[in-house]
Design a protein around this ligand. Structure first.
Ligand SMILES: [Zn+2]
Length: 175
């Protein structure tokens, strides 16, 4: 470790789908054990094996402190329920690699992951699509009585009037 300024892409399953070209380039890739299992389930076995065999893909367990930092930020932004455990681990790994001196960039098409990455100042790039351009903070609200319920989930009945709650973006910050 300690390759200063060396570029490494932190990848999830969406980043590898249709990306056989990774095998032919000099990129360094990293992912987590949980995401590796997911890639194998999604029939990316041959791509993953090729990347592992060539030493381009490293599988690293993120540190618990980085996972906590991600979960905390996601919770503040109201995104925690949209971020799976493997998603949180992916972002945590990007934090760890950055601390080790890598230029870590998360490659993902998942908007929830991109939103938290922005908030944590983790660099990200989407694959084949444009990434989001702002940080979105979500609020759960009642379309019936207009009250806000930050601790509740979209679709739950409003505690005041019973209308199913909705979710809307309330804050956008340019990147
Ligand atoms: Zn209501």
């Amino acid at each position: 470790m300690g390759n200063s300024d060396s570029l490494i892409f932190v990848v999830d399953t969406s980043a590898l789908v249709g990306r056989l070209s990774f095998a032919a380039t000099e990129v360094q890739l990293a992912t987590t054990p949980a995401l590796l299992e997911e890639m194998k389930r999604k029939k990316l076995d041959s791509v993953v094996q090729m990347l592992l065999n060539s030493g381009k893909l490293r599988v690293i367990e993120p540190t618990p402190s980085s996972i906590s930092a991600v979960a905390e930020t996601a919770s503040v932004l109201g995104d925690l329920q949209y971020l799976s455990e493997p998603d949180q681990q992916l972002l945590a790994l990007a934090i760890d690699l950055t601390k080790q001196g890598y230029h870590a960039v998360v490659l993902t098409n998942d908007y929830a992951i991109q939103n938290i990455a922005s908030a944590l100042s983790i660099k990200f790039r989407s694959v084949g699509e444009r990434g989001i351009r702002e940080i979105i903070k979500w609020k759960t609200y009642c379309p019936g009585c207009s009250r806000l319920f930050p601790k509740r989930t979209k679709g739950e009945p409003c505690p005041q009037c019973g209308t199913p709650l909705k979710r809307r973006a309330v804050k956008k910050e340019g990147l």
